[in-house]
Design a protein around this ligand. Structure first.
Ligand code: GUN
Length: 296
């Protein structure tokens, strides 16, 4: 078997086009645009790239992008004061504080200072609780992107066995909640799971989010399964830097029914979903109907 490649780059472009279409209608009817504030503290090179891409794509879909670049030594009270200011700003509908934060800052406290209604990352403890209890929430962008691709490929996910490898707050745990919400039978596996290969082989849907390059091989994939690779790992091979996922693509693609590549799979969906979440936050704030197909 050779797997169908799930093209996240094309899917993300479709999501952005849908968002842009909504935003242009909002502008025409209401004379305003949703606004996303992104806060970067320090100069982590990967974070700088993410933040630049977020800003560019926000503007491309017609939204307002507000960027704050703060010194790495910014004290916690200053960052918290900025978030309070953004919470109160009627032109800001989404707030994202880029992680990781420098070590002297308390990430949990900072994230939990964001107004949950503007928490487009879905990291605030209120949104985590709402998602866990099946209530309307802001949903973390990467798992939301994975869910959109799975729904697009399968239609209903009801009754499928889903295995999520990885238990992070950003991907693994919310991914499991979303799959449960779509009536999958969900297993969360991790580095201490006994016979991880056997657990993975039981999956109709296998989501790899462990941060270990090419850990999931074809031997761990059930024939015909759908494999979603959340990993983005830079490795050195043949003297070159290469981007690989948590899945060994070549071997897994021989067994799977469908698979996301790295790059060009889950990655592009994350920012597309951030834009979708900002639009959703705007619509909720204004009491407008939520955009269809762009939320969980
Ligand atoms: N750093 C890496 N990914 C993310 C993300 O999705 N949100 C935030 N806030 N920081 C990140």
């Amino acid at each position: 078997m050779t797997a169908t490649i799930i093209d996240g780059k094309a899917f993300a472009a479709k999501v952005r086009a849908q968002v842009a279409d909504h935003v242009s209608k909002i502008k025409a009817e209401r004379g305003e645009a949703p606004g996303l504030a992104v806060v970067l503290v320090g100069e982590d090179p990967a974070s700088q790239v993410y933040v630049r891409n977020k800003g560019t794509q926000t503007v491309e879909v017609g939204m307002k992008s507000i960027e704050y670049k703060l010194d790495a030594s910014t004290p916690q009270n200053e960052l918290v004061a900025l978030i309070h200011k953004l919470n109160a700003d009627p032109e800001v509908h989404g707030i994202l504080v880029q992680l990781p934060l420098p070590g002297h800052l308390n990430s949990d406290l900072v994230i939990n200072t964001i107004d949950p209604a503007k928490d487009v990352d879905g990291f605030h403890i209120s949104n985590v609780g709402l998602l866990g209890t099946g209530q309307k929430s802001m949903v973390p962008c990467t798992p939301l992107g994975c869910l959109m691709m799975l729904r697009d490929h399968h239609g209903s996910l009801a009754g499928m066995n889903a295995v999520v490898v990885g238990r992070s707050n950003i991907v693994g745990k919310p991914m499991a909640q979303l799959l449960l919400g779509d009536s999958c039978t969900v297993t969360i596996a991790h580095s201490k799971t006994k016979d991880l290969g056997a657990v993975c082989r039981g999956a109709d849907i296998l989501v790899a989010a462990v941060g270990r390059p090419e850990m999931v091989t074809g031997e761990w994939v059930k024939p015909g399964a759908t494999v979603i690779d959340v990993g983005i790992n830079r490795i050195e091979r043949d003297g070159k830097t290469k981007l690989v996922g948590d899945v060994h693509f070549e071997s897994a693609a021989k067994v799977a029914g469908a698979i996301t590549p790295v790059p060009g799979g889950v990655g592009p969906m994350t920012i597309a979903c951030l834009l979708a979440n900002t639009l959703t936050a705007y619509c909720r704030a204004k009491g407008l109907p939520e955009p269809k197909g762009l939320t969980a």
